[in-house]
Design a protein around this ligand. Structure first.
Ligand SMILES: CC(C)(COP(=O)(O)OP(=O)(O)OC[C@H]1O[C@@H](n2cnc3c(N)ncnc32)[C@H](O)[C@@H]1OP(=O)(O)O)[C@@H](O)C(=O)NCCC(=O)NCCS
Length: 144
């Protein structure tokens, strides 16, 4: 991902109703954070025109990684792109010695929860009123 992709990525993120979308400032800070890793999925359509259809942001600190954000363009969902992004993420981290994976997900976000379960994440805790001071988050962990 390059800095110029932030606008398109932000638009995909804004389509999610399960968390408050990150502001441009937050995207930029995360993009510039040396611990963060930011990747996008692109689709090459007619006339070789490229379109961003998904993204994944995560941090790696020692042997642990935290998934910060993942999103797929609404018109491209349920086509396996989320799974491809997660496969990429897990392989990328394993190659760098990561042994534990963490994330938070809204209790209402069944599609993301299902995706994470597919990758053997398990619920290890709850963060009360984590989203907008209202909705609880599940803390999930996956060990290698
Ligand atoms: C969560 C998200 C990234 C999944 O991406 P996707 O490309 O649609 O997912 P995939 O097509 O790879 O599906 C992965 C698995 O999740 C399941 N799944 C995805 N959406 C689902 C839904 N709405 N209901 C039930 N299962 C769902 C799929 O069936 C598949 O499971 P299977 O292999 O057992 O069939 C996408 O829905 C999204 O961008 N949501 C908005 C952003 C968001 O909530 N991000 C998570 C922040 S914590």
């Amino acid at each position: 991902m390059s800095q110029g992709d932030i606008g398109e990525v932000q638009a995909i993120d804004s389509s999610s109703s399960f968390h408050s979308p990150w502001s441009k400032k937050v995207w930029l800070e995360e993009f510039r954070n040396p611990l963060s890793h930011c990747y996008i999925a692109k689709y090459r359509g007619e006339k070789n025109r490229e379109e961003i259809i998904g993204f994944i942001f995560f941090r790696i600190v020692g042997e642990e990684s935290e998934l910060l954000n993942i999103g797929v363009h609404p018109k491209e969902r349920l086509k396996g792109i989320g799974k491809r992004l997660m496969n990429f993420y897990i392989d990328y981290c394993k190659e760098r010695g990561v042994k534990s994976f963490f994330l938070e997900v809204s209790v209402n976000n069944l599609s993301a929860f299902h995706l994470y379960q597919t990758f053997h994440y398990q619920i290890v805790g709850t963060r009360k009123k984590f989203y907008s001071g209202e909705v609880d988050a599940l803390l999930m962990r996956r060990s290698i």
